[in-house]
Design a protein around this ligand. Structure first.
Ligand code: C5P
Length: 297
């Protein structure tokens, strides 16, 4: 599976989801954002975006697929395309079709990934020759997670999340991804967050030591996500799903980003245990579950 495919009609790009393998908050910044330290990994669960020349002036965005997304300026795909064409000072007519396979508001970064994929693909499709540095600047203006999706597939992200240090050692993994039928608001989860500087120092020392030794696997086992408490206080139903998933798998289950999705790293798991877990979470909580892997790009 490659990210870009040239088709007879135009260019197709895949936009992979991410999970946060660790997520620490160092504190609140004067600009209202939180200072983040997060190991993020792309996974092989993707939205698809198709680019064709349009017939009407401007950008036409059509959204399709199992999950809903807005089809105008509220969509980061539309905004990314607009900003890129403005930067190139070109008013081209482009038809963009977004196939939304990943639900928004789940901490999987799909909107941000769609935006990053749009910047990369439209630059190619329309031969805009915008530099990678300029693409990064546009990405940062669209959202905190967008820059990561221009790089990866595994990186340590700091600042608002927009400063990316790629991790060069590979960390292959299989995970059970659990997607509750709940959409969280990143903004609300952050504003409900109560900072715990002691926990931050403790976890940061440990994680930095592991990362210095290239032991991403040890860092991941900590299941460190400082937004989890805030998310579960706002959504007690997610706390219940988390508890049930840990009981059913007999393993740690971690929250991705500000939720609602959770994942459990798999190591020689009995497939019947995993299947039973998926079935129970579907019946009791209407969760979607799927097995995912680390993405190669
Ligand atoms: O940057 P993005 O639009 O993804 O962020 C959504 C909201 O999440 C921000 O408006 C902010 O309230 C919160 N946030 C934060 N600190 C971060 C990232 C996001 O407080 N590092």
């Amino acid at each position: 599976m490659e990210q870009f495919h040239q088709t007879a009609a135009g260019l197709t790009v895949l936009a992979p989801a991410k999970i946060n393998l660790t997520l620490l908050i160092a504190g609140k910044r004067p600009d209202g954002y939180h200072e983040l330290e997060s190991v993020m990994a792309k996974i092989d669960y993707c939205d698809q975006i198709d680019f064709q020349w349009g017939t009407s002036p401007n950008i036409e965005l059509v959204c399709t697929g199992p999950f809903w997304a807005p089809d105008g300026p509220d969509n980061l795909v539309w905004r990314a395309a607009r900003l890129l064409l403005d930067k190139a000072q070109k008013d081209l007519s482009v038809k963009i079709t977004l196939t939304k396979n990943i639900p928004a508001g789940t901490g999987l970064g799909s909107g941000s990934s769609d935006a990053a994929a749009t910047l990369l693909a439209l630059n190619r499709f329309a031969n805009l020759s915008i530099s990678h540095v300029d693409i990064h600047a546009i990405a940062a203006s669209l959202g905190s997670d967008v820059n990561f999706f221009l790089e990866g597939p595994l990186a340590f992200c700091t600042g608002r999340g927009e400063k990316i240090s790629p991790i060069s050692v590979a960390y292959p993994f299989d995970a059970l991804l659990i997607i509750p039928n709940v959409n969280t608001s990143t903004k609300k989860v952050y504003s409900n967050y109560v900072h715990d500087s002691k926990r931050y120092s403790l976890w940061a020392d440990q994680i930095n030591e592991y990362l210095d030794k290239n032991r991403v696997d040890f860092a991941v086992k900590m299941c460190a996500n400082m937004l989890q408490e805030s998310c579960f206080r706002l959504h007690p139903d997610l706390a219940a799903i988390h508890e049930q998933a840990e009981r059913l798998t007999g393993r740690k289950v971690c929250l991705s980003g500000s939720g609602s999705a959770m994942y459990c790293l798999l190591e020689h798991q009995d497939s019947s245990i995993i299947q039973r877990c998926c079935d129970t979470l579907k019946t009791k909580f209407n969760c979607i579950s799927r097995i995912v892997h680390n993405n190669r790009w």
